[in-house]
Design a binder for this molecule. Structure first.
Ligand code: GLU
Length: 480
């Protein structure tokens, strides 16, 4: 039983594309899982298809509602919207059992009455004969039903082919061959009536109409076994695309020791979702040399042949760089909204209405070169803070007696100045020249007075954003 597997290239685009993300809710949303979700989302959205979400919560011990919520929340933050309601795999257990019984009726599965002790004894005997591992061969596979012990507990096993090969045609990995002698008659329904994971995944994907299964290559071996279930039921095999896992910058399997692995951590650190999407899309997929792109472009361009065969390495510098470009390119209203969402997610106080207005006016001069929202907020400190301005240690040094005197001379001139860069520039230059200092020397006490910082947007930008009265008040405070 090794029929021609679905050939991704030959698979006609007749059916609308349906992809899915199928996380097991046993922890937070991992960055690798987020990338898998993203690839599925892009693939479906770029083709007018559907992107579905299935929570694989059959492991009742390890699945928690909190983990489900964390996963949903991570997807929402990344903007990966799914179609319809999330499906609970556990809730579908009766349907899984029904299919196991259909397999029985089709003769592609059988009742196995072997006890765990008998199976262990089979393995021990095979090992004693020198086999490095033993594929269990149930004595019930071909038993006449009249010999079945009435009422005895039994599992339902697949009647898997014992010879030949199973070919998995994978859109990323190419043709992958599995010797059928290595694959056992796997259990699809346990003796307690619960379905196995391998059955549940196939039944769900079939019932949900999934046409493309894009997931981590740690599931490649499962594909061979799952394909047998499709065959046993006479169902169409989806297009498989098993993507290499993400590695750390050192080329080793990604772990916490490399840095944050939870999507929520990136949100809490203030990375913009658009930048994360862009970076994660580039992680293991390429479109020429394009590094910076929008989600609309990604949807247009994303395809399975663009996925690399070797593991991508997480590069935090690149991530920051791309995030910075997304902050700089963001529309101001959307950016303000995102910054506020970040403050909430990070458990920080919300902006007061006045701060909100000033930040909104300041965005044009703080969004360049900020890689994260905390960096942007630090640059916008002058707009968010209020009098009296507390100068930090570095900037306080610029407020000596001489510079205070200069600020005192400057304030009356500002009362009548036209409040534009063109109006302010000649005044500041003139004052600096009159005191035999360059503009740089004047800028330092101005930064200290206006922002209490030495690294700020330009003094003109700060003055224009906070306005004449506030500027004069801050200069007077500093001069006093
Ligand atoms: N629930 C599996 C996981 O979280 C994914 C299964 C699948 O995509 O088929 O690794």
């Amino acid at each position: 039983m090794c029929p021609a597997a679905a050939d991704p290239a030959a698979n006609p685009a007749a059916k609308p594309v349906v992809t899915r993300f199928a996380p097991s809710p046993t922890g937070y949303l991992h960055i690798g899982g987020a990338r898998t979700a993203l690839f599925n989302w892009l693939y479906a959205r770029g083709r007018g298809g559907k992107f579905l979400l299935r929570i694989e919560d059959t492991d009742r011990e390890r699945s928690t509602p909190a983990a489900t919520e964390a996963i949903l929340q991570g997807l929402r933050w990344l903007g990966l919207d799914w179609d319809g309601d999330a499906v609970s795999q556990f809730a579908r257990k009766d349907r899984h059992a029904e299919v196991a019984h259909q397999m029985l009726a089709r003769g592609t599965a059988y009742k196995c009455f072997s006890t765990p002790e008998e199976i262990a004894a089979f393995r021990a005997e095979a090992e004693a004969k020198g086999a490095s591992y033993a594929v269990f061969q149930s004595p019930w596979r071909d038993a006449d039903p009249s010999t079945h012990p009435a009422g005895a507990p039994h599992a339902i096993r697949m009647r898997a082919p014992r010879s030949g090969e199973t070919l998995v045609q994978d859109a990323v990995q190419g043709t992958v061959r599995f010797g059928n002698d290595q694959l056992d008659d796997m259990i699809v329904l346990r003796s307690d009536g619960t379905p196995t994971y391998m059955l549940a995944v196939v039944v769900d994907d079939h019932d949900m109409g999934v046409t493309h299964v894009i997931r981590g290559d740690d599931h490649l071996n499962n594909a061979a076994r799952q394909q047998m279930v499709y065959d046993a039921m006479g169902w169409d095999i989806p297009v498989w695309a098993h993507i290499p896992l993400i590695h750390g910058p050192d080329g080793k399997k990604l772990s916490k020791r490399h840095g944050a692995t939870a999507v929520g951590d990136y949100q809490a650190q203030g990375y913009p979702a658009a930048g994360m999407r862009n970076y994660l899309t580039r992680l293991g997929w390429a479109h020429g040399d394009d590094e910076f792109f929008t989600s609309a472009q990604a949807m247009d361009w994303f395809d399975l042949p663009g996925i690399g065969r070797s593991p991508a390495r997480l590069d935090f510098k690149k991530l920051e760089n791309i995030c910075g470009q997304h902050i700089a390119a963001a529309d101001d209203a959307a950016l303000l909204h995102e910054v506020e969402a970040y403050l909430t997610a990070a458990g920080q106080p919300a902006l007061a209405p006045g701060q909100r207005d000033l930040l909104s006016r300041a965005l044009y001069c703080v969004k360049e070169r900020a890689k994260t929202f905390p960096e942007l907020l630090e640059k916008a400190h002058f707009a968010l803070t209020s009098r009296p301005i507390l100068a930090d240690e570095a900037s306080a040094k610029a407020l000596d007696t001489v510079s205070r005197g200069i600020l005192n001379l400057l304030t009356p001139r500002l009362q009548t100045a036209s409040w534009t860069k063109e109006g302010l520039e000649p005044i500041l230059t003139e004052i600096a020249t009159a005191h035999g200092i360059g503009f740089g020397k004047l800028a330092a006490p101005l930064r200290a007075a206006l922002a209490g910082r030495s690294a700020t947007p330009s003094v003109y930008d700060m003055m224009l954003v906070i306005g004449r009265d506030e500027t004069i008040a801050r200069l007077k405070d500093a001069a006093a």
